[in-house]
Design a protein around this ligand. Structure first.
Ligand SMILES: [Zn+2]
Length: 287
């Protein structure tokens, strides 16, 4: 049962995701709960406002207009990426949409095309109205897209949902075109990546013998992953005594002295123990 987040939990979730949040006066109790239920909640819906100017946009989304009283969303996502919280309850944003889409969102499946308007979306969805003219020309600044990604991810994370719990209004209600100017598929991919960050795939072990990067890679002033890899392998093989704090990406005298120790220890390398690794030193060190 996905009960709505309390106002405090909603705010905390957004801040924890790194959102810049403004609490609009009275937002905690500004809602349409007297007109119908809010919850169980199953997803997050993204909209564009067809308005210009943040103050104006926030006012309209707070108050609503004739025939559609506010709040018109839970939060306005401004062009500068700030999220203006307007409600923690039922809001007038989603209208009637397609029950098949709702079932897909609940099941975290890719939603089918919306071709019915038979289900009260305001009951089941959080809504973010994003400040944009919606004409396909008004730009979507990076900070705004990032704020959309974070706001949606914050709610998904609070419930343990995946990115398929986030849809655009155009995927819910026949005839709607919002949001226009970016693809919801691309936005979902961003949200998925963000949600994944906490559980990174285990990194595969490095190959036992990495390719020799060339003699020029091991010279004063050089810096690379290969130098650090070489250092770790030297330590592993017992030739790390010249490191004071351990290997780094920067080639230094300690690297050279440790390589020289390794070369002197090896019959095939002893004659040319200058501390600069060539292909044979590399091969034998990683064998
Ligand atoms: Zn909309």
């Amino acid at each position: 049962m996905a009960a709505p987040l309390t106002a405090t939990r909603l705010l905390t979730a957004l801040r924890a995701e790194g959102c810049t949040v403004v609490e609009h006066p009275g937002w905690r109790t500004h809602n349409r709960d007297h007109m119908g239920p809010f919850g169980p909640v199953h997803g997050v819906m993204i909209h564009h406002t067809v308005t210009k100017g943040t103050t104006n946009t926030v006012r309209i989304c707070h108050d609503g207009y004739a025939g559609l009283p506010g709040p018109l969303c839970h939060g306005v996502i401004a062009k500068d990426g700030t999220i203006h919280l307007l409600s923690a309850g039922r809001a007038n944003h989603a209208g009637l949409g397609d029950d098949d889409v709702l079932q897909a969102v609940i099941a975290e499946r890719l939603a089918p095309a919306d071709d019915e308007a038979n289900t009260d979306g305001n009951r089941y969805f959080y809504g973010f109205e994003c400040e944009n003219l919606g004409d396909g020309h008004d730009p979507w600044p990076d900070v705004q897209l990032e704020a959309i990604e974070k706001a949606a991810a914050a709610i998904c994370r609070a419930y343990g949902w995946g990115d398929r719990s986030v849809i655009g209004h155009l995927e819910w209600q026949p005839g709607k075109v919002d949001p226009k100017g970016f693809s919801m598929g691309a936005m979902r991919a961003r949200i998925a990546e963000r949600l994944d960050d906490d559980n990174p795939e285990p990194t595969p072990p490095p190959p036992s013998r990495p390719p020799f990067p060339g003699r020029e890679a091991f010279r004063p002033g050089q810096s690379s992953a290969a130098i650090e890899q070489l250092g770790h392998q030297l330590v592993k093989r017992g030739f790390g005594r010249h490191y004071r704090v351990g290997p780094s990406r920067d080639w230094g005298e300690a690297d050279r002295l440790n390589v020289a120790d390794f070369q002197r220890s090896h019959p095939q390398l002893r004659g040319d123990a200058d501390g600069y690794p060539g292909p044979l030193t590399w091969h034998l060190l990683f064998s």
